[in-house]
Design a protein around this ligand. Sequence first.
Ligand SMILES: [Zn+2]
Length: 374
Amino acid sequence: MTTFSAVRTTGIYCRPGCGAKPLAENVRTFSLAAAAEAAGYRACLRCRPYRVAQTVSDELPELVCRAVQLIIAGVLDGSGEEALGAQLGFSARHLRRIFFEHLGVTPDQFARSRRAHFARRLLDDSDLKIADVAFAAGFGSLRQFNREMREIFRASPRELRDGRRRSDRLVADGGLVLRLPYDPPYDWDATATFLAAHAIPGVESVEDGVYRRTVSIDGDPGLLEIGPGGDDHLLLKAHLPYWEGVIHIVDRAARLAGLHFRPARRGPGAWGPFEVAVGAVVRDQLAEQEAYAVLRKLVEVHGMPVPGLGHGLTHAFPSAEALAGDELIGPLAQEVAAGNIRFEGQSTELLIRSLAEVPGVSVAAACQVALRVR
Ligand SMILES: [Zn+2]
């Protein structure tokens, strides 16, 4: 886990291994960059701590972890801490208290810091227009974007873009390229091998160590590519219908690649939990070749066609509603469509139990799903 150190005398916080060792009595440590910022410290210009993976302790209470997960999913984008508390069954006040006690930030401060850091990385790495960066990072307005970037980085988005390092810029041919930072050790090859073995034909492919998949963003198709980048990051290339809320797409891509904010939960995740469940159930019931044929057919008959992609990618994965009438997968699809199975926001045990109650879903398949969607 990354520990950030802040120096009282300079007011600056760093990632590990940066600069000279200050007197220990002047150093405060934080597990989150957001907490250092909330305590009034500014990011070091040399080591740029906003560019490293942020993880939390595995010892955190479940409530705090679920809150973090919901914030990452965007619950605080358009609404306040009351809405977050309501989803978890607690008052905003209680949530703020327990959140601050364990992470050193309030939920709002955590969400603001994440948005600002993501926007900073887009300003550094991409050529997206400044207005597009604001909406990609989940800011509600340009004014809010300007204000919060000034608060956290002491500079306007325009100044930050003008002052970026030339080597940060990633050139894209039409898409958006971004770094997905991780804390080594991390094994992309093993992850890609796993994803290849569990791929849904027509929707996902792995070639030469690069994972590609179709996505459907509010009904519009897109394409994501994840591949190796460097010692401490993967590269994500995204072709999307629009830039709004890209921060959440990038987070989902990072989770799919196994870069979870809880280090103990590393391991390949899911882009779409329903899709993973369908793959697991079909492969649990049928031999590999037959399962492949059945999955391909489900996708071709019920999925949205996405032409011209190559790499064997042809469709976006169908919705639960679209598969509700299928003989093999219908019972599961109906339960998911009716909202009786919630993949997020409940405990692993409950998820496994609710999945395994569905006709045709074995406990083994349910466990496999739970392992990937946690
Ligand atoms: Zn530093």
